[in-house]
Design a protein around this ligand. Structure first.
Ligand SMILES: *[C@@H]1O[C@H](CO)[C@@H](O)[C@H](O)[C@H]1NC(C)=O
Ligand SMILES: *[C@@H]1O[C@H](CO)[C@@H](O)[C@H](O)[C@H]1NC(C)=O
Length: 304
């Protein structure tokens, strides 16, 4: 209930912010662009804070839409989402009454200063978030709202000890690449899961947004903790292996005179060896941690 009230208040505020005012038309927004950008000599290269002795506060929130893949073998993490980045530009302030009540505009991001945020633990090349075609919302008090959308592909080292009942934590680490903490003060607004589409193989257990204060660059990190949905692995791998292990013990029920014991054992050994191969192709080639399940499988294979 409380969240409903909060979200409807937010919605009304957004409506007020982003519907550009009652009596205004394109003449007014042209005039505003001329006044703020052209006449005032706005320069999108400079940090727009009112006082350079104080770092410009920037709030970053991650809205997660979907987990595309957590690759066990390559140890990479791929999600779809967008950042909600908010800051205040001291040069882009106007009085709505001077422009027939125009209280917000939507301009291309290249016209206005914005932080060069990048995914610093990216699995791919350096790639700045946002795009020159992307627009940002500017409210009359200078508040700027920027929503760069992207498929984020990061590295993520896995601890598969408890496979397939494991929990994994992956981080998306964002950095304003070219600035120092004395210039920008980037803080996290957390992870928003309101539009998250449930994944078929992972449940989100916990999320955390924080800033690593040991870094020289302004940064925010979002940690996502997930639990594997183990049903598929249980049905296709764990259950057949347990059945093999049971059959393995039954070898002693065969009468010695039948001469079948050796053949029976070898058959089960081969079946287990096949499963060992399957398991080793679904787990990371990681020598630091080894799944207890793999160890069990190796022991069973040897014992047979
Ligand atoms: C916008 O409105 C003003 C009056 O408020 C009018 O003079 C002007 O022609 C209008 N501009 C356009 C492009 O319709
Ligand atoms: C800028 O901020 C510093 C530190 O807070 C303060 O000492 C200084 O007076 C400020 N300058 C102006 C022009 O506001």
């Amino acid at each position: 209930m409380r969240t409903n009230v909060v979200s409807s208040v937010c919605f009304l505020l957004l409506l007020e912010l982003f519907s550009s005012g009652a009596g205004s038309n394109v003449t007014d927004s042209n005039q505003l662009y001329d006044d703020l950008i052209v006449t005032a000599g706005y320069n999108a290269r400079n940090i727009p804070s009112a006082n350079y002795s104080v770092p410009l506060p920037i709030k970053v929130e991650l809205s997660l839409l979907a987990i595309n893949e957590l690759d066990d073998v390559g140890e990479t993490f791929r999600v779809t989402g967008y950042l909600s980045v908010k800051w205040k530009d001291a040069s882009l302030v106007w009085k709505a009454s001077d422009y027939n009540g125009l209280y917000s505009v939507t301009w291309p991001q290249k016209d206005v200063w914005h932080p060069d945020i990048t995914l610093s633990n990216s699995f791919l090349d350096y790639q700045q978030v946002g795009d020159d075609k992307l627009l940002l919302y500017i409210a009359k008090n200078g508040k700027i709202y920027w929503y760069p959308f992207q498929v984020f592909h990061s590295t993520c080292s896995l601890d598969i000890t408890n496979f397939p009942f494991d929990e994994q934590s992956c981080e998306l680490q964002f950095k304003a690449w070219s600035y120092y903490t004395s210039e920008l003060d980037m803080t996290s607004d957390g992870v928003y899961l309101g539009n998250f589409e449930a994944s078929s193989s992972w449940d989100i257990v916990d999320t955390l947004g924080y800033t690593d204060t040991n870094q020289e660059e302004p940064n925010v990190r979002f940690r996502i903790t997930m639990k594997r949905k183990p049903l598929f692995i249980i049905v296709t791998v764990v259950f057949p292996i347990l059945a093999c292990a049971l059959l393995n013990i039954c070898v002693f029920l065969l009468p010695v005179e039948s001469g079948e014991r050796a053949g029976y054992s070898v058959t089960i050994f081969l079946a287990l060896a096949v499963f060992l191969t399957i398991i080793s192709t679904t787990l990371p080639a990681n020598s630091e941690k080894i799944a207890i399940f793999s160890v069990y499988l190796i022991i069973t294979t040897v014992a047979s």
